[in-house]
Write a protein that binds this ligand. Structure first.
Ligand code: UD1
Length: 364
């Protein structure tokens, strides 16, 4: 992918694994139209959480890596703000584009707004209404400060209106994660991860858990893992384990059950694992979207979701972290319970093109 063209400079900010999945199609759609400058904040730094995604998704090398690494929320947010402000001052972008709801997203938005550089937020308005989740706080701050807000589904626009955001700033464009999924479908179909892990298609469940409220509480993490173990008596459960969760499991002495724990996987491997599975159990946000598009039953291990459309139209159910509900929902899927899945409007693989066109109207 070419990164530069003569023209107005758009600065893209990405820091954590799901951000990379989102910026890939946007950079491709903007290629040749704008000068692009990519900032990697360094929030995620492990090869399997970052470099693998750049390689597999053809994302150009970042122009700068701020190397903020891990830390408490205040520390990590402040480190991004302090370092990115200097980059904004030097580079003078016409627009800063941020994605998702991680600490890097909010930090870049705060620094940019204070310099009065316009901010465009991709994935605006996805409210969980749960301020216990750091992601909700990040999103609220990002949305209120953003000048252009790109939404993935209609309900997000209604949420933003309820939060008092001028609807002239809001554009419904669809979901860029779906763009990436469609773009990589050939590689996903050709991928042999199922064989490599010694699994049979449709004869295993995929589990992931990494949210702060689930991973950092020994009681919650222990309970969810014991539910996975009970489900693993009926079907193999494969658990690609996020570094946060791996660290906590070591600290709490958990993870000695029958679940197959593997290292975090790259994008193509992981999507193939999901596509060939019988069901998914997760606390991820993006995976609720991907399972809807792949028509896989998804049991969400949280009490709220910022993507209710995946419940209304997809096969997502909220189980929270109650083991009885998780097990009951999983067994229902194994016993053949199905739902009609409808892919939401504009989840068609062209969201990034719509974003590039709207940005073109603003900065070109
Ligand atoms: C972050 C996001 C979360 C998102 C997730 C996707 C915030 C508040 N949270 O959570 O919304 O769903 O990314 O993965 O921004 N670590 C490593 N190597 C890495 C990255 C992290 O070992 O490359 C470990 C460190 O121990 C670190 C911990 O994971 O302390 C948490 O990392 P952090 O970036 O703070 O949050 P995530 O849990 O990854």
């Amino acid at each position: 992918m070419k990164k530069r063209a003569d023209g107005k400079k758009v600065m893209l900010v990405a820091g954590a694994r799901p951000n990379f999945v989102k910026i890939a199609p946007i950079m491709r759609a903007m290629d040749g139209r704008f000068e692009q400058f990519l900032v990697h904040t360094g929030q995620h730094f492990h090869v399997r959480m970052s470099k693998v995604f750049f390689d597999e998704l053809d994302i150009p090398e970042p122009d700068i890596n701020l190397e903020v690494g891990s830390g408490r929320h205040g520390e990590q947010t402040a480190a991004v703000m302090e370092r990115i402000e200097k980059v904004f001052i030097e580079q003078k972008p016409e627009l800063v584009l941020v994605v998702g709801d991680v600490n890097s997203t909010m930090a870049a938005t705060l620094a940019s707004s204070k310099l009065r550089i316009p901010v465009a937020h991709v994935e605006a308005g996805l409210c969980s209404f749960d301020r216990e989740m750091p992601e909700e706080i990040n999103r609220v701050v990002t949305d209120v400060l953003s000048d252009v807000l790109f939404t993935t589904e209609e309900i997000a626009g209604l949420n933003l209106a309820a939060e008092g955001i001028d609807k002239k700033k809001v554009h419904l464009v669809g979901d860029v994660m779906v763009d990436t999924l469609f773009d990589r479908m050939g590689a996903i179909d050709a991928c042999d991860v199922v064989e490599r892990l010694g699994l049979e298609p449709n004869e295993y469940a995929v589990a992931t858990i990494h949210r702060q409220s689930n991973a950092d509480d020994p009681k919650v993490l222990g309970t969810v893992l014991s539910a996975f173990d009970e489900i693993a008596d009926r079907i193999r459960v494969v658990f690609p384990c996020h570094p946060r969760t791996a660290k906590r499991m070591r600290e709490f002495g958990l993870g000695n059950g029958v679940v197959t724990i593997v290292e975090p996987l790259g994008y193509v491997d992981f999507m193939k694992l999901v596509k060939s599975s019988r069901l998914v159990m997760t606390d991820s946000g993006g995976l609720q979207v991907e399972t809807t598009v792949l028509e896989k039953p998804c049991i969400t291990l949280r009490g709220t979701t910022e993507r209710p459309v995946t419940i209304e139209k997809g096969s997502n159910v909220l189980a929270g972290t109650n083991p009885d509900i998780i097990i009951r929902q999983a067994f229902a899927v194994l016993e053949g319970a199905t739902k009609n899945i409808e892919v939401p409007k504009l989840w068609d693989g062209h969201a990034a093109e719509r974003i590039a066109n709207i940005i073109g109207e603003i900065v070109e």
